[in-house]
Ligand binder design. Structure first.
Ligand SMILES: NC(=O)c1ccc[n+]([C@@H]2O[C@H](COP(=O)([O-])OP(=O)(O)OC[C@H]3O[C@@H](n4cnc5c(N)ncnc54)[C@H](OP(=O)(O)O)[C@@H]3O)[C@@H](O)[C@H]2O)c1
Length: 325
């Protein structure tokens, strides 16, 4: 097989496109011939040695992918060669083949686009868990999505709208704000040019958003937290800006507000049945045309460094998908 190998996690520039032995599935695993793999921010952090999980070296990055089952290991019951599937394997996706535990694989119904499927499980799974499970979002509430033009941000716009919420999408440029409107956002804030507290006050008649979805962190967090509504829920999704914000704890007290941590991967591991239910619901929504991954660009798998560069420079709108012929 061909695969991107990380021997030295100093950044995407050190990855090597190599020919490696095609792996045999161990007990409980399936081997997938990969058709498409999407880029998630943790992929970038992993090859920079900045992610919370540090895989033993060398490793093949690529958390999420889709394709066809080629072979199954002993004890596999849910899959057979020829099945069309998607997987959130955590590693191995930037390659032509990967072996993965069958527990991390889902069947795709006929008609599920194979490239969309590679950009589905992580962003929508995280966002379903965040908005509907952790925040208990209600119809009629207002959701502020930060970094709204990114991978999880675009999923958050779509799921919040589907839940009947009003969506304020915030991003770093007017072009990204326009893109968010095209996905259904009701209002937008360009946080590079507009003070976010003033904009939130104006857009919510002084009340503030009920739910904040924050995959960005950094210096936006405190001013946004100061703007949140009474009984608001602040969803801690990630820290794409690089720094982990700290908040004075008098703020949640004064506002009767909750700071809600979201760790989808751990949720999926600890509560596999609830995660499977959520993914089944998301698959139904996709097949009904109610959600759809926004694909920024498609690139051949061997051009992966271009995709990492685009993500690192904040240019991605939605998801980048790498494809094998
Ligand atoms: N908690 C969970 O379970 C979970 C699951 C999946 C992902 N995540 C986290 O969610 C975050 C976003 O992931 P993603 O895959 O959606 O990434 P993404 O597509 O690259 O989106 C990240 C967004 O963050 C903003 N940003 C601000 N400063 C940035 C910087 N210095 N570099 C890059 N982006 C920056 C960008 O929007 P603007 O340019 O508009 O500011 C960008 O669109 C990551 O921290 C990831 O680890 C968490």
């Amino acid at each position: 097989m061909q695969a991107w190998l990380c021997e030295n996690p100093v950044g995407p520039e050190a990855l090597q496109w190599r020919t490696l032995p095609t792996p045999q599935p161990a007990a409980g695993e399936v081997r997938i011939a990969i058709r498409a793999a999407s880029l998630n921010f943790p992929d970038l952090l992993m090859v920079q040695n900045k992610y919370q999980a540090k895989p033993p070296l060398p490793f093949v990055p690529g958390t999420e992918y889709s394709g066809t089952v080629e072979a199954v290991g002993s004890g596999v019951t849910r899959f057979k060669p020829g099945d069309v599937v998607a997987a959130y394997g955590g590693l191995g996706g930037f390659a032509t083949h990967a072996c993965v535990s069958e527990a991390l694989v889902i069947h795709l119904p006929a008609g599920f686009d194979i490239e969309d499927a590679s950009a589905f499980i992580c962003t929508y799974g995280t966002t379903h868990h965040a908005l509907l499970d952790r925040a208990q979002l209600q119809a009629g509430e207002t959701v502020l999505v930060l970094g709204a033009a990114g991978g999880v941000g675009t999923a958050a716009i779509q799921i919040a709208k589907l839940a009947g919420a009003r969506v304020i999408a915030a991003a770093s440029s007017d072009a990204k704000c326009d893109f968010c409107r095209s996905l259904g956002a009701d209002e937008t804030i360009n946080y590079t040019t507009t003070p976010i507290r003033d904009a939130l006050k104006a857009l919510t008649a002084g009340k503030g958003p009920d739910v904040v979805y924050d995959p960005v962190g950094g210096d936006l967090a405190e001013p946004v937290f100061r703007s949140i509504a009474w009984r608001g829920r602040y969803l801690v999704i990630g820290f794409a800006q690089g720094s982990i914000p700290a908040l004075p704890l008098n703020l949640p007290l004064l506002k009767g507000t909750s700071i809600v941590g979201v760790f989808w991967g751990e949720f999926a591991r600890r509560e596999p049945q609830r995660n499977a239910q959520a993914l089944a619901e998301l698959t139904n929504w996709y097949m009904a045309g109610r959600i759809k991954p926004a694909i920024d660009m498609r690139l051949p798998m061997h051009e992966l460094p271009k995709a990492f560069a685009r993500m690192g420079s904040r240019e991605v709108r939605g998801k980048i998908v790498m494809t094998n012929p």
